[in-house]
Write a protein that binds this ligand. Structure first.
Ligand code: ARG
Length: 401
């Protein structure tokens, strides 16, 4: 029985997604497979990928450049939200998935496809992100995930592909599962599955080993307008250029490496290595500028929102009513987050060492211990009496006074 007639398949050019093409046609009775490869700044040569899909039996092979929307519509809001999953992971993979889902749905609608397919297995977060985002954008479209059902080992998958003219990978395939885009890199599997084993240097791609980083610190100045990074070292630039340059600069100082055990939505703990130099620095800098420009109560309240926001993004709920409501809150807070932050990059650390803003709420006259002090010291006494009153009453009661 045919599962669908015309399918748009999320395509990377790798073995799994290539095998999906003959598999969908021969096992699941699909008539036409249209592949879609997203250019997310991962640096792969996508013309070869486009051709490979056609050679593997696709009727149409789309390659769509979405680097600009990845930065503007996904990375910038995530920076404004200081989004770090479990306080560490800057969500590079998680942010790209709803964007890929969106262009898959657009293509399915344009080409009149009745289903969308992807190559995710049943153990990860990405299947959840794709399936839920697609359902949110067009609940009528069927979702097919061959690799979730086919039960083939790596060797069997390669053999299946060879039967249909898909060449086995030429180089000895890497033991790692890697996902990459301009925002960062995620590396898992292989020897990393032992949480005690240190990741070998060869897994890192965007960051230098500390032993190889410069012995002098480097300072970068990041300018923000309304919570969005707009300049680097005084030079105004668009998001793609800024993130590309900052990845390079911060990465050369070994900044942005993360080695963590994380909780997947599907209940599994996994060991992840991430590299996300620019996002890491931008979030540190942005959070610092908020401390300067937002009131104490907004800053603190927002920290709770950020935690929920990061979980929603990680858990595939980018297109959801709660996420929309949190976006509205975050946007409202960003209007005054304008200024410049100075970050010192040295031996793997990115430390904010200076910040300034026309909207700064820092008052020298109130903060100073010098002669210019304008703070009313006497007012502190009455404040402390009222502030401490409940504690005083409690203590008296306890002592039977
Ligand atoms: N654990 C990370 C996440 O859920 C990275 C996933 C990487 N995906 C991949 N297909 N290798 O966002």
């Amino acid at each position: 029985m045919s599962r669908a007639t015309k399918v748009v398949l999320a395509y990377s050019g790798g073995v799994d997604t290539s095998v999906c093409i003959p598999y969908l046609k021969n096992e699941w009775g699909v008539k036409e497979v249209i592949t879609l490869a997203a250019d997310l700044g991962q640096g792969d040569e996508l013309e070869g990928v486009r051709k490979k899909a056609l050679d593997s039996g696709a009727v149409e092979s789309l390659v769509i450049d979405v680097i600009e929307p990845l930065i503007k519509e996904y990375a910038f809001p995530a920076i404004q939200a200081n989004a770090l999953y479990e306080n560490r992971y800057p969500l590079a993979t998680a942010l790209a998935r709803p964007l890929i889902a969106k262009i898959l749905v657009d293509a399915a609608e344009k080409y009149g496809a009745d289903a969308i397919a992807h190559g995710c297995t049943g153990k990860g977060n990405d299947q959840v992100r794709f399936d839920v985002a697609i359902a949110a954008l067009n609940p009528k479209i069927k979702i097919l995930a061959p690799a979730r059902e086919w039960g083939m080992s790596r060797e069997e998958t390669i053999a299946y592909g060879e039967k249909y003219g898909i060449p086995a990978p030429v180089k000895k395939s890497s033991p790692y599962s890697i996902d990459k885009n301009l925002l960062g890199m995620a590396i898992e599997a292989g020897e990393l599955e032992d949480p005690w084993v240190e990741a070998p240097e060869e897994v890192y791609n965007m960051t230098k080993a500390i032993a190889d980083t410069p012995n002098e610190p480097e300072y970068v100045e990041i300018g923000f307008e309304g919570g969005i990074p707009v300049s680097l070292n005084g030079e105004g630039m668009g998001g793609i250029e800024l993130i590309t340059k900052l990845n390079q600069i911060a990465g050369s100082h070994g900044v942005g490496r993360i080695d963590m055990i994380e909780n997947r939505l599907v209940g599994i703990k996994s060991r992840e290595i991430y590299e996300s130099p620019a996002m890491w620095v931008l979030i540190q800098a942005h959070r610092d500028l908020e401390s300067l420009t937002l009131t104490a109560d907004v800053t603190r309240y927002k920290r709770g929102i950020e935690e929920t926001y990061s979980q929603l993004v990680y858990n595939g709920l980018w297109f959801s009513p709660l996420k929309g409501a949190l976006d509205a809150f975050i946007q409202q807070t960003q209007e005054r987050v304008t200024g410049v932050v100075r970050v010192k990059l040295f031996k793997g650390s990115a430390m904010v060492v200076g910040r300034q803003s026309g909207n700064s709420l820092y008052s020298f006259d109130l903060a100073t211990y010098g002669a210019e002090d304008e703070f009313d010291h006497k007012a502190a006494e009455g404040f402390i009496y009222v502030w401490g009153l409940p504690t005083r009453v409690w203590s008296e009661k306890l002592r039977g006074e």
